[in-house]
Write a protein that binds this ligand. Sequence first.
Ligand SMILES: Cc1cc2nc3c(=O)[nH]c(=O)nc-3n(C[C@H](O)[C@H](O)[C@H](O)COP(=O)(O)OP(=O)(O)OC[C@H]3O[C@@H](n4cnc5c(N)ncnc54)[C@H](O)[C@@H]3O)c2cc1C
Length: 476
Amino acid sequence: MTEPKHGIVLGGGWAGMLAAHVLARHLERVTVVERDVLPDGPRHRKGSPQGRHVHVLWSSGARIVDTLLPGMIDQLLDAGARRIGFHQDLVTLTSHGWQHRFPPRQYALMCTRPFLDWKVRDRVLATGRIALRQRAEILDLVGDAKRVTGLRVRDMDTGAQETLAADLVIDASGRGSRLRHWLSALEVPPLEEDIVDAGIAYATRVYQAPPGAAAGFPAVNVAADHRLREPGRFGVVYPQEDGTWMVTLSCTRGAGLPAHDDDFLPYARTLRHPLVADLIDLAKPLTSVAVSRVGANRRLYPERLDIWPEGLLVLGDALAAFNPIYGHGMSSAARAAAALDTELQRSGTDAGATRRAQQAISATVDDPWIMAASKDVEYVNCRMSATDPRLTGGAVTRQRFSDLISDRSIRSSAVCDVVTDVISLTAPQSELASSGFLSLMHKDRVLPELTEPPLTAEELALVNLTPRSTVSAGGS
Ligand SMILES: Cc1cc2nc3c(=O)[nH]c(=O)nc-3n(C[C@H](O)[C@H](O)[C@H](O)COP(=O)(O)OP(=O)(O)OC[C@H]3O[C@@H](n4cnc5c(N)ncnc54)[C@H](O)[C@@H]3O)c2cc1C
């Protein structure tokens, strides 16, 4: 352990808890400052509105969590979380057609977000090395452009304000972070920001899965086809830890969303395939529809500033938030926590260490950022305010190549393996430009196109559905 030092984490969400756990390995004292009361159970809370919608934790993120908290993933699985092998346990209509269910290469953990947060938080706090300051609102940072020395907080019950001193402050206060504002008060030059906003919105209901289907039926995903140049509509039916199905319908700007219970099923019928609607038609709704306007892909570039205050880091959604359809936010935050661990191990909190740590953390968000942003710019009505040259130039060529990969990946097992590694953030995006992958694209056996959802007779029997021919499954 290094010098007796105090680290403060702003926000007790997913990224905040992982960051606090890492800090507790390296610093003597760690405090998490959180506006909410963090529930002692799988319950929703105001500061985590996204918790009402489907969440998947990709295997890359799960592996990091399991390294930081050994045995955590088995604990989640034992408590009911579902491990969905990609693509064996998932029936997906991609933009390019139905995905063959190849043997799993990666997996995603499926469970409700309040359950996941509670279980992980419980393990993190069980070490007894992290102090939790709840019902405390962060007001601003204390220090100057050269060094952050703490922050000011307001007790939400008494209104009392207090300054907390810290050697290291980590902003993990999510999409709503006021970091740019706080930094400008310290006279740090403006942080550059890129925004790619496809106008994503989510509508979710929870259903009781039909008997037998809760455990034995695959997850289902019907995606939009961006090539149609019309607002995209998506739908998923994902199994949860308690035998329910969480059904989320989502859209890009201009496709509307069902705000009322009576509109939910009719909207599901407007997806490119009726499978999602057919499934919810035979399940019992347990909740009313919850709607969220999700927010844009948004990325800050602290690593580009000439001046960055010592003693300050930013990670999680506060640093970069993505279109959630790709399921990358939590894994990206886990990658940032792993980078933080490595950097603290290497340099502690010595002079210059925070700048290097921020560079390492910022590097971890680049792949999920470009994956989400470069796809979203293809949707009609997408709004962009970005300087990333990968988004502003060569869009047509890039999209053609990406379409070619998508088309091959649904029918070609070895290609699908590499693509799944990249999508799950297990392998770098650059893998798709490697000579090995390009030759695989030429050589690998291509299976025939599927014209129906690849459900087995046993699976169809579980939900009392009969095979039906699909309409426009290829989206063209
Ligand atoms: C609809 C939706 C679906 C998603 N689906 C997925 C998915 O399938 N897979 C995936 O990996 N990711 C998904 N994400 C992204 C994921 O939810 C986020 O990436 C993740 O929650 C980021 O964690 P965080 O800790 O950075 O932010 P948050 O989880 O938002 O936590 C921020 C915390 O800071 C607290 N806070 C904020 N401001 C203050 C303040 N001033 N003072 C004190 N406390 C404060 C909040 O109360 C909160 O507890 C989804 C997001 C949305 C919106």
